[in-house]
Design a protein around this ligand. Structure first.
Ligand code: TXA
Ligand code: MG
Length: 333
């Protein structure tokens, strides 16, 4: 398949610039597009046949459901059977933005989207290209992250091209994604609001409107709540090593592993390490989130065998970061 690659200004995505992408969605094709979190691979969420192509292109397991993107709250009622009060509070505070809410589904949502579950994940992105694409296409868009399954989520147009050129109809390059980590996923259909996947919207922020919300810790249930959580994720080809502990312990472990580890060695840390072959020094945690997946891909292309990542405190954005780094890491020290 010949993929059309179009560059669009993320600040003013005009109707004309989005024309081909809109037409492609409307006739059941696949379009990769940027959001404020990561790039998504989209299809018309009400067209089961179109949605099934997403799974093929990504090599995604069919039991892993997709997030449906809407452009305004008017698009919500027909997709769900009920809008609980807790959801209204979340929508008011966090939409548009990086929060996905799990609702009881309606009948018009194809099984391909929900992987047969009786719930559906919905999000209203704040990224302009994503919102405009959904609005002008006049249909909700189902979209997982636009990477080959298991690879780090794409945060730049070039990452999508790397993974999906020749496998999808259109790739929109709208520059780097602002946040760099996937949305927070919260399930409000059970007894307590449960955060299934941590993200930029922290549990502390959610508790300001839903005090009973808690983090899902896996464990006792036989079936994972969020099917995606059981798969290996976010992995570069290099082996990822995560170093944890107090700042001085992290520094000590980092220096030890850089000397001992299998090279070429790349380091992602908040301090300098002289002996590393490749290096990314981050400022704050937002900076790390925006760059993590991109640096994984970059260090792979430079031929690194080991990527050593400095962990952070599990507070605020640190919870989401540690979740992603742990999932990609072979070893945690
Ligand atoms: O930021 C994001 O959320 C990006 C952009 C493109 O919007 N999308 C994204 O999609 O990260 P994906 O497919 O890579 O991750 C969706 C997660 C998976 O872990 C999936 O299992 C879970 O959401 N999910 C989807 N529908 C669900 C449902 N009905 N119940 C529980 N979990 C669900
Ligand atoms: Mg994904």
């Amino acid at each position: 398949m010949k993929t059309a690659i179009i560059s669009i200004n993320p600040k003013k995505p005009g109707k004309k610039a989005l024309g081909l992408a809109v037409a492609t969605i409307r006739k059941g094709g696949l379009v990769a597009f940027p959001t404020e979190t990561v790039y998504g691979l989209g299809a018309d969420a009400l067209n089961g046949k179109a949605v099934r192509k997403i799974f093929q292109a990504k090599g995604r397991a069919s039991d892993n459901p997709l997030i449906v993107h809407i452009s305004s709250e008017k698009g919500l009622p027909r997709l769900v059977s009920r809008i609980p009060e807790s959801a209204r509070k979340l929508m008011k505070k966090f939409w548009p933005g990086p929060l996905t809410i799990i609702f009881p589904r309606s009948d018009i949502v194809p099984d391909a989207v929900t992987a047969g579950l009786d719930t559906v994940a919905i999000r209203m992105p704040s990224g302009k290209i994503a919102r405009e694409l959904v609005r002008i296409a006049r249909t909700p868009i189902a979209a997982p992250s636009a990477n080959i399954s298991g690879r780090p989520s794409p945060t730049k147009g070039r990452h999508v091209i790397e993974d999906l050129d020749g496998k999808v109809d259109v790739i929109i390059d709208g520059g780097p994604c602002e946040i760099g980590l996937e949305s927070t996923v919260i399930d409000i259909t059970g007894k307590f609001p449960l955060v299934l996947r941590p993200g930029r919207v922290s549990l502390a922020k959610i508790r300001e409107v839903l005090p009973s919300a808690r983090a899902y810790s896996g464990g006792s249930e036989r079936k994972p709540r969020s099917p995606g959580m059981k798969y290996r994720h976010y992995s570069p080809k290099a082996k990822v090593v995560l170093v944890t502990g107090s700042p001085s312990e992290r520094r000590r472990k980092m220096e030890l592993f850089v000397r001992k580890g299998r090279g070429p060695i790349a380091v992602i840390a908040s301090f300098g390490v002289k002996e590393a072959d490749h290096f990314f020094k981050f400022g704050n945690l937002s900076d790390l989130a925006a760059s993590l997946f991109s640096k994984y891909r970059e260090f792979d292309s430079l031929g690194a065998r080991t990527i050593i990542v400095e962990g952070c405190a599990r507070r605020g954005l640190g919870v989401a970061l540690m979740n992603r780094i742990e999932k990609s890491a072979g070893k945690v020290y």
